[in-house]
Design a protein around this ligand. Structure first.
Ligand SMILES: NC(=O)c1ccc[n+]([C@@H]2O[C@H](COP(=O)([O-])OP(=O)(O)OC[C@H]3O[C@@H](n4cnc5c(N)ncnc54)[C@H](OP(=O)(O)O)[C@@H]3O)[C@@H](O)[C@H]2O)c1
Length: 90
């Protein structure tokens, strides 16, 4: 699942909800600053603690090329793969 604005206040809440209430598969949280956004590392750690799988990517969704690249990197069969690759080692 792709959450745009995923490192913001509402994005973090939505991401947590997707993991806890919907057993979401891998989450891709996109924002312009990406991993450099304040709290991004803490958010990823929290989602992993909750049993989720998530990453933060830098992407300006107003830029068609950047968004296309992010979408292209999401495997076509990713939907429905919940709990298949939870909890990365380390
Ligand atoms: N919080 C509320 O109670 C509330 C209520 C009603 C409506 N809203 C609306 O809901 C939206 C999110 O609210 P929020 O409180 O979560 O705001 P926020 O904490 O400022 O988060 C906004 C997120 O969007 C990202 N972002 C902004 N422009 C982007 C772009 N072009 N491409 C990719 N990511 C982008 C920001 O990261 P970067 O800056 O790194 O890109 C950040 O992660 C806003 O439009 C707000 O007006 C919020």
């Amino acid at each position: 699942m792709l959450v745009t604005g995923g490192t913001g206040g509402l994005g973090a809440l939505i991401a947590e909800h997707l993991v806890t209430a919907h057993q979401a598969g891998h989450l891709v949280l996109a924002s312009r600053r990406g991993p450099a956004a304040p709290g991004a590392a803490v958010l990823i750690a929290r989602l992993h603690e909750l049993g989720g799988s998530a990453e933060v990517v830098a992407c300006d969704v107003a830029d068609r090329g950047q968004l296309a690249a992010v979408l292209a990197a999401i495997p076509r069969n990713a939907a429905g793969g919940h709990r298949a690759h939870r909890r990365r080692p380390g």
